[in-house]
Design a protein around this ligand. Structure first.
Ligand code: C5P
Length: 412
């Protein structure tokens, strides 16, 4: 993906052991299409060399030799102005406790803090990735400083938890480069669903026959996870009810793991009460074994296979769509149809049968487990194709379509 194509990021490093992760972060930002200008404090140079950061960013680094804030090599001699005017965002990673203090007080005795102070607040966002010992992080002074920085318009990207370089374990580690990358990408996405609550089902279900075996399908959950991520990036509060899949939870998404269709129904009904949008991508098993054996079903030596009886599973989407809130227009329901042929007719018929305003059709066998797809949006007005793209790109388009239907006045 090139989610940061055309974006110019000033990556600021203040002093902390997490500087070693800034090298990987710089690379990740560039791989995603951004250009990166590195600015380091003198303390950061104690942890990682400007040579490393120059090689990775492919640009000379502004470092301790610019400590006075002036640079005779620039026409106006003022890198703090030039750097901050060019940037689409300034990202300070790691942001030490001490650097936060500087920002809170508008300190400007090194180029990085000077540049943050000189940035046009309404045009150049400031993103901070704190990194410090868990006691420093939990200290009321740090928490107070963070609250002040948020009030002053900075975006705090949060911290990770776990083993720290000092040997202690707790909150305060800098987020991993991949997590910071996701946060930066999300930051630039339009906030089309700000304040909305979105509920997504994803993955297969597993219908147990006995403690060992069960019935499931090949759904990878990738599409549903991509939709959860896209909705979260668009500013929604997202709950993802996931069947058994091995996918990482998108950043900022609340995940509820379930196995069977019955469990998926229960979790979904609980959450649907406060959702504004419901997107059903799960490949729910149509049938479950009528009885569940507590013990492994054994061969009995007769050569006769066991006789299995099945019961139909509840249709989760249909149940939610028939609920009071959906019928009153307070819960916008979106379904998926994985067909093997005659997509348009089957998808239109399914939309009507499920009683939902929007249905996404795709060719099932071609999409399961893949990273890309092509889809068809079917609504009361007709059919709109979404050409082949990554599942995340399609998810973002779908989110935009949902948002447009939520706020018809902003439609193009
Ligand atoms: O009827 P069919 O399984 O083809 O419908 C697919 C759509 O309905 C998907 O959105 C799927 O998540 C949803 N569904 C459901 N509960 C079921 C079966 C399907 O929510 N039991």
């Amino acid at each position: 993906m090139n989610d940061l194509l055309g974006k110019h990021i000033v990556l600021g490093l203040s002093g902390g052991i997490a500087c070693y992760k800034a090298a990987e972060l710089c690379r990740a930002l560039i791989k995603e299409g951004a250009t990166v200008q590195v600015v380091m404090t003198a303390a950061a140079e104690q942890f990682i060399t400007p040579v490393t950061m120059q090689a990775l960013s492919n640009r000379p680094v502004y470092g301790s030799h610019n400590a006075s804030g002036f640079d005779a090599r620039e026409a106006n001699g003022m890198p703090h102005i030039n750097l901050s005017r060019e940037a689409d965002a300034i990202l300070v990673a790691p942001c030490s406790a001490d650097f936060m203090v500087k920002l809170v007080h508008g300190g400007a005795d090194d180029l990085l803090s000077l540049m943050c102070l000189a940035r046009p607040v309404d045009k150049v966002p400031l993103l901070l990735a704190p990194a410090m010992n868990r006691e420093m992080w939990a200290h009321p002074a740090t928490q107070r400083n963070m609250a002040q920085l948020s009030a002053d318009g900075a975006t705090i990207l949060g911290v990770g938890s776990g083993f720290q370089a000092c040997g202690e374990t707790g909150d305060g580690r800098m987020l991993e480069p991949a997590e910071l990358l996701q946060d930066v990408v999300a930051f630039f996405q339009p906030k089309l669903l700000a304040g909305r609550r979105v509920l997504v089902t994803a993955g297969p279900t597993f219908e147990a026959l006995d403690p060992i075996r069960g019935i499931t399908n090949h759904s990878s959950g990738k599409m549903g996870f991509a939709i959860a991520r896209a909705a979260q990036e668009a500013g929604a509060q997202v709950t993802l009810v996931a069947g058994p899949v091995h996918l990482p939870t998108p950043r900022g998404v609340q995940r509820i793991d379930v196995k069977s269709a019955q469990q998926m129904l229960e979790a979904t009904m609980r959450e649907a009460d406060r959702a504004d949008v419901f997107v059903a991508t799960a490949a729910v098993a149509d049938w479950r074994p009528a009885t569940h054996s507590e013990q492994k079903i054994k061969k009995d030596g007769s050569g006769q296979p066991p006789v299995l009886h099945f019961t139909e599973n509840p249709d989760i989407l249909h149940t939610v769509a028939q609920g009071e809130r959906a019928r009153a227009g307070q819960l916008f329901c979106v379904g998926f149809a994985a067909e093997s042929h005659d997509l348009v007719n089957n998808a239109q018929a399914k939309r009507a049968r499920k009683g939902i305003p929007l249905l996404v059709g795709n060719i099932g066998p071609l999409t399961f487990g893949q990273d890309d797809n092509e889809m068809l949006l079917v609504d009361e007005h007709g059919v709109q194709p979404l050409p082949r793209a990554s599942k995340l790109a399609l998810a973002r388009q779908l989110v935009a379509e949902i948002a447009r239907r939520q706020h018809p006045t902003t439609s193009s």
